[in-house]
Design a protein around this ligand. Sequence first.
Ligand SMILES: [Fe+2]
Length: 198
Amino acid sequence: MTAALDALVAATAAALDDRSLADDRARAEAIAPFMRALLDADEPVPPDAYEPLDGAAIGNLLYVDPDGRFHVLAVVFPEGTSSGVHHHGCWGVIGYLQGSDEETRYRSLADEGSSARLEEASRHVWSKGDVTFLLPPDDGWHRVRSAGPGHGVSVHVLCRTPADHPHRFWDRRTEAVHPYPFIEVAPDRWRSEVMWDG
Ligand SMILES: [Fe+2]
């Protein structure tokens, strides 16, 4: 843990405890200044959190709330790699730390759980210092492509634990939606894997 990460974790726990914050957006906005401060810190996250795994994308786990309400990942996408189109079923706060990510957001025209019709809603290139939110159900579908230079590294504060984070993958060819759970492929290193039969 770094001091900036400690502060982000404390702010997230405080936002979740604060009954005066009405909804996920209000809580995300309360967390965001601490994410911005982390992105600006001399040592935002530990040095090994910037590392991909075997040259591929990975989420390096930095923290899990003891009550299972949220976790913090440093997500590393080697330059040129993409997440595919996927859906987060609960809130998140994302801060861009290194490189850049082209993020496409999708609007759901229909979502039956195991299939969905989506259309592109927006496209942005984010770089160091930018903070965005995932606020489903309306704003949970997106795709991220690492646009370089170098590995794209972003810090994600996401609802629930990595194993419980609701995550689905959209096959744009068939419009089928598959489970896309986070799997711990090495200690504290998590990768989303499409369950094609799910
Ligand atoms: Fe995502």
